[in-house]
Design a protein around this ligand. Structure first.
Ligand code: F6R
Length: 608
């Protein structure tokens, strides 16, 4: 995700800003830029692509300054281009802003500014903010920022410069982290401790709704209502590596733990619970085609394929359209049939998976409208599809996909409701589903709080040679995903099956050395899954059950129970996958394996 660094003091800030930006590279980004003040003028340098490009440009055209701000951008509004890179400036060029987050009412604000003859260079929401601050500027930057922020809906971490106040950086936060670092006659600001820990370890964490102004003389810290805040600084003493991983041992664990936030981000601005409606900006131009669609084709690989399988249950149930789910690699080579009015969705975290890209091209060649469900903004699949839905889950660095899966399932849930509402799903049913979907971040957080229970179970089973994962209905793809997660990072052989298929073969494998993970939630096949559990027990298999918090009876059947809260049965995969992600993570960690970079695997598979 985006990164912010800022400095005011006595050193040359250019190398410092560049090294701060490099410290945040691990978060993923697509462009970078800095703004510095020299001779009471703001100078901006931006580049698409790697920070080295920015650095090269600055070396050819050297500049020094003692105040400046820098940003790495992970595109949300507008393609990853140099024009869309931050910092963004106001109409006159006197205000420069860097911003993490999303301004939800940006088009409304833009319309109002257009009426006042503002013109815009970029497609970003951030540029609007720079113009708005200039509109309100009357000689006091902090006041102008506060007035502008009172008009803004959405999330932000910002740092702002004004040429007329060349010794100040104004910063503010709502929903996007910012930390102020205190040095000797110098101040820093960053969205990520990693960017400044080399220079200072005395920091003040900004809270939501707070504003600060840093200058060589000191710090002014207030609320948005201008009430003064006197917060003591905190001394941090952890290592850089720990900071980049947010204090977690591995990116995978960080990304698992982030899911309550990533689910919020995926849903933000897209759900109208009261109306039972969904608004997906990237599909607005295709609503007619979606209404006429007679077939849906989901193309994906690996974990994304598993989310597509969940999507099939949801879309067929709510919209009653036949959904075909295909391994992208198989689809390409089997002379596929594409019926009239087919809409294909390419589902990919990276947006660069070669097989998915080629399958999408094949589907288009054969007449399908191709849309994307992608995490990485500006990736090849995102660019080549005719429209689509971004996950907004932020960069996923651990090779094993976790938060992308839950965001994909969330997007497919929203898509299912959108298609359903176009085909007669009542507003009330829409409201019920979306009301429950809105609760998912809290329910996921509740499961994550029990993570130590998973550690104990992982200790018991880390030496097993095989695992079986069994489930039915929309949880069946979660069984496949649980098995994939375990095998790819722990190298333990694991298989996922529809529970009732067990008796057609896999049951032969069951003995007292075989842990069998069942997903047995409160749904229409619960009783059937219990029968399968009995079948495993009678062959001395060891049962680990993922079951409802309310289900007391399961304790008599299972050797270990992983508890999850109850929710709408079709939304269960968003919850049942969480303990399975944690189980795989802990098993691999106990075995001392390289969890974030498992052998033979790459994060983005750009080869056939
Ligand atoms: C599993 C995993 C892979 C990817 C697959 C598709 O944890 O990460 O199976 O899901 O390579 O990648 P994307 O979603 O980037 O197309």
């Amino acid at each position: 995700m985006c990164g912010i660094i800022g400095y005011v003091g006595t050193r040359d800030c250019v190398p410092l800003l560049i090294s701060g930006l490099k410290r945040m590279e691990y978060r993923g980004y697509d462009s970078s830029g800095i703004a510095i003040i020299n001779d009471d003028k703001i100078h901006i340098y931006k580049k698409k692509g790697k920070i080295e490009e920015l650095e090269k440009g600055l070396l050819q055209n050297p500049h020094s300054a003692t105040i400046g701000i820098g940003h790495t951008r992970w595109a949300t509004h507008g393609a990853p281009t140099e024009v869309n890179a931050h910092p963004h400036t106001s109409f006159s060029g006197d205000v420069a802003v860097i911003h993490n987050g999303i301004i939800e009412n940006y088009s409304e604000l833009k319309q109002a500014l257009l009426l006042k003859n503002h013109t815009f260079r970029s497609d970003t929401d951030t540029e609007i903010l720079a113009h708005l601050i200039e509109e309100f500027y009357e000689g006091d930057l902090q006041k102008a920022v506060i007035r502008a922020l009172h008009r803004v809906e959405g999330t932000y971490g910002i740092a702002v410069l004004h040429a007329g106040e060349p010794d100040k950086i104004v910063v503010a936060r709502k929903g996007s982290p910012l930390v102020i670092g205190i040095g000797d006659g110098e101040y820093f600001v960053a969205s990520d401790l990693a960017a400044m820990v080399e220079y200072t370890r005395d920091v003040i964490f900004l809270e939501d709704g707070e504003v600060g102004t840093i200058s060589r003389e000191g710090l002014t810290h207030t609320t948005l209502e201008e009430t003064r805040i006197d917060r003591k600084s905190t001394h941090i003493d952890f290592s850089l590596d720990q900071i980049e991983k947010g204090g977690y041992k591995h990116f995978m664990l960080k990304e698992i733990m982030e899911q309550p936030h990533t689910l919020e981000d995926t849903m933000r601005g897209r759900i109208q619970v009261d109306e039972g409606n969904i608004i997906l900006g990237g599909l607005q131009g295709h609503l007619d085609a979606l209404k006429k669609a007679e077939h849906i084709l989901l193309l994906a690989c690996g974990t994304s394929y598993h989310s597509a399988l969940v999507g099939r249950y949801l879309i067929e149930e709510w919209a009653r359209i036949p959904v075909q789910v295909e391994y992208a690699s198989e689809f390409r080579y089997r002379n596929p049939l594409i019926e009239k009015n087919t809409i294909a969705f390419a589902i990919s975290q990276s947006g660069e998976t070669f097989d998915t890209l080629e399958a999408m091209r094949e589907a288009r060649k054969r007449g399908a409208l191709c849309l994307g469900i992608v995490n990485t903004v500006g990736s090849t699949i995102a660019r080549e599809t005719d429209g689509g839905i971004y996950l907004h889950a932020g960069p996923e660095i651990g090779v094993a996909s976790t938060k992308a899966f839950t965001s994909q399932v969330t997007v497919l849930t929203m898509l299912g409701v959108l298609l359903g509402r176009q085909r007669g799903m009542s507003a009330e049913e829409g409201r019920n589903i979306l009301g429950d979907l809105r609760k998912m971040p809290d329910l996921v957080a509740r499961i994550l709080r029990t993570k130590d229970d998973l550690l104990d179970i992982a200790k018991t089973f880390s030496r097993a040679s095989n695992f079986l994962y069994l489930a039915r209905g929309p949880n069946y793809p979660v069984a496949l995903e649980g098995a994939l997660k375990l095998k790819e990072i722990s190298y333990i052989h694991a298989e996922g099956y529809p529970a009732a298929e067990m008796k057609h073969g896999p049951i032969a494998l069951i003995d007292r050395k075989m842990p069998v993970v069942f997903i047995a939630t409160n749904d229409n096949v619960y009783a059937k899954v219990l029968t399968n559990i009995e079948e495993v027990r009678s062959r001395e298999g060891v049962v680990i059950a993922v079951a409802s918090e309310e289900d007391k009876g399961i304790e008599h059947l299972a050797d270990h129970v992983l508890r999850i809260p109850d929710c709408h049965p079709m939304l269960m995969p968003l919850l049942t996958v969480i303990p399975l992600q944690l189980l795989s993570y802990y098993v691999a960690d106990i075995l001392g394996l390289d969890v974030d970079k498992p052998r033979n695997l790459a994060k983005s598979v750009t080869v056939e």
